[in-house]
Design a protein around this ligand. Sequence first.
Ligand code: NAP
Length: 242
Amino acid sequence: MSGSAPDSAIPRRCLVTGANRGLGLEFVRQLLARGDRVIATSRHPGRAHALNQLAGQNPGRLHVLPLDVAEPKTHAELARELPLVTEGDGIDLLINNAGVLHSGERFGHVAAAQLDDSLRTNAAGPFLITQALAPHLAEGAKVANLSSMLGSIASVDGFHTPTYAISKAAQNMATVLLAQALRERGIAVIALHPGWVQTDMGGKGAQVTPADSARGLLGVIDSVGIADSGRFIDWQGNALPW
Ligand code: NAP
């Protein structure tokens, strides 16, 4: 892809949403391991034990802040708090990772409340958070939105996980629009499919470990440049159809 390899001597500032478990927690572990500074958000920081343990092991390099991606009031609170922990530096990488999947949905019984929750969490959340944090993104920053193959309209082959699929397709449109809005500042915005990953969402039978998925995705994020902004890419670097 068109980006150049990052200078590993320069610690980056990264923000990861939904970082208390699953892929989000693994992103935080790997970003810290490579020397980056991380702001990890969680709905309930007081209960985010793994994150708080990591914060203790990485003094001054990991801050845990509250954020409910489905609640715009908390986006504004995060935007207000950010300069206190970044000392005014911009964010180099925003990973919109938090997501929800309501399983067991059947046609004829899909609930409005679950469609609403999926849209607020998976589509409106990443869009509004990126908008709220845009003033705090560094020039040339990257925004990575965790999407899913299930949001690919071109790949639909059955009535699977409808509220999730609708919300991830909407998120994909948000990614493409954000890519347009932020292009003039050199900020690349991409949609990523992490594979079928062994997390609470993916289940134990999934194919990919969180460590392998996060490593692959961080490699993809490092490799993309502004010319790749608005693309849909999987954890192994393959282009995906919308
Ligand atoms: P997960 O294990 O279910 O973890 C989801 C994370 O999102 C948790 O930290 C959860 O926080 C957080 N979250 C959910 N709703 C939130 C809200 N309203 N505000 C803030 N945080 C919220 O899922 P995962 O497998 O790590 O998935 C990470 C991302 O990858 C998601 O966007 C998902 O759609 C995508 N993805 C996953 C797979 C897969 O196979 N696992 C495949 C394709 C795409 P709480 O602990 O507070 O609930």
